[in-house]
Design a protein around this ligand. Structure first.
Ligand code: GLA
Length: 381
């Protein structure tokens, strides 16, 4: 049963009637431009074929009732303004946070019944929470009879993450999901939220592979990295690291950790620009080298990788050879890796990795193949 059908069936089982509509929001994989969005940098994510569905129906009164199909049909009943964010953070935090954020933007829909289902695994670094928020935002807007601007939707989803989940995230995930186009990378300038769709050659594929280490951004490492970057910018006298240069960083009196964070950010922004040029020149060799360099920088300078992910990236890069490359993707501390290679090389690549990698959690290799050029086809994650 497809995600949409499953979510529809879950809605009918919970509320005894058909939904008025079903909204969908994808997850995302970031190709390059990691930990630069909150430094006003350039990022290059791609919406993926798995994500979150929210079946919705208008209801009398003011109650927003939600059933979470992937949490044993767990329920939430919420009235706008009724409760402050609660801890520990769980799926309810996102639903309530998003409802508040949409209402704060003037989208009113009275009572609402929701049923939510997802195909995007949590903790895989593929933005399951941003996908959940945008799906709810789309359902909410449809119930209110509005067609929101993707930027507004993304900003609402980011505010739910900041204010209700306690993660001081950037805007990349939400924009990739709200404004992305299947089979295309989204070049996003996080300084002004301008975007450009970058078509990926049809004979390339993006393969997303799980490391088997589940991560959560709420554990503090993410916010700590952001603080390091803010300290660096402050010490350099710039409003964000986007405005810093290599010369400025090398000349400044920074401690090594802070200097390395800043080095990563400005080099990663340059790599993102170079990656767009490589894609547009159909230069898979050049792109592969940028992905490898990006991973090394996240591992050594930004220190957000973990040994299981490094091993998987090394094995993937060895299996790909010069014709592409692989790197960790997302916030780090576990999650998935992304590999870009020729579509026709994917079966041999996966066979090779299946032989050489054993996941720390003992599971089989789990992966998702995203075909490029518009014909997204997901499998087995
Ligand atoms: C998480 C955050 C994003 C971004 C990435 C790292 O996915 O939600 O805003 O900072 O980490 O690039």
């Amino acid at each position: 049963m497809s995600l949409i059908e499953r979510t529809r069936a879950g809605y009918v089982a919970a509320y005894g009637r058909e939904p008025d509509g079903i909204a969908f929001a994808p997850g995302r994989v970031n190709l390059i431009g990691e930990h630069v969005d909150y430094n006003e940098g350039l990022v290059l994510p791609l919406p993926i074929s798995i994500g979150t569905a929210a079946a919705w129906g208008r209801a009398a009164g003011q109650v927003i009732e939600t059933v979470a199909l992937d949490f044993g049909a767990d329920r939430d009943r919420y009235i706008l303004g009724a409760a402050p964010p609660h801890h520990p953070v769980d799926w309810r935090s996102y639903v309530r946070g998003m409802a508040e954020a949409m209402a704060a933007r003037g989208a009113n829909c009275g009572g609402l019944n929701l049923a939510i289902g997802g195909s995007n695994p949590r903790g895989a670094g593929l933005s399951s929470s941003a996908s959940l928020c945008v799906a709810i935002g789309r359902a909410w807007a449809a119930a209110a009879g509005l067609a929101p601007d993707p930027r507004e939707l993304a900003l609402a989803a980011q505010s739910a993450e900041h204010n209700w989940a306690g993660v001081n995230c950037g805007i990349m995930d939400q924009m990739a999901i709200a404004a992305g186009k299947p089979g295309h990378a989204l070049l996003l300038d996080c300084r002004d939220l301008t975007t450009r769709h970058v078509a990926l050659p049809e004979d390339w594929a993006v393969v997303i592979i799980q490391s088997g280490v589940t991560r959560g951004l709420v554990d503090g490492h993410y916010n700590a990295r952001r603080q390091d970057c803010e300290r660096a910018a402050q010490a350099l006298g710039v409003s964000s690291l986007r405005a810093a240069s290599s010369d400025l960083i090398e000349a400044a009196n920074l401690d090594l950790r802070i200097r390395n964070r800043a080095r990563h950010v400005i080099r990663e922004i340059a790599r993102t620009e170079a990656a767009v040029a490589a894609i547009e020149a159909r230069d898979l060799v050049g792109l592969g080298q940028l992905l490898r360099d990006g991973h090394a920088s996240l591992r050594d300078l930004f220190e957000v990788s973990v040994p299981a992910v490094d091993r998987l990236v090394d094995l993937a890069n060895a299996a790909i050879g010069a014709g592409g490359g692989a790197r960790m993707t997302g916030g780090g501390f576990g999650g998935a890796i992304a590999a870009v290679l020729e579509a026709q090389a994917v079966p041999a690549f996966l066979a090779n990795l299946t032989d050489t990698f054993s996941a720390p959690d003992g599971r089989q290799l789990t992966y998702l193949i995203e075909r490029t050029g518009g014909a997204a086809a997901g499998a087995r994650l």
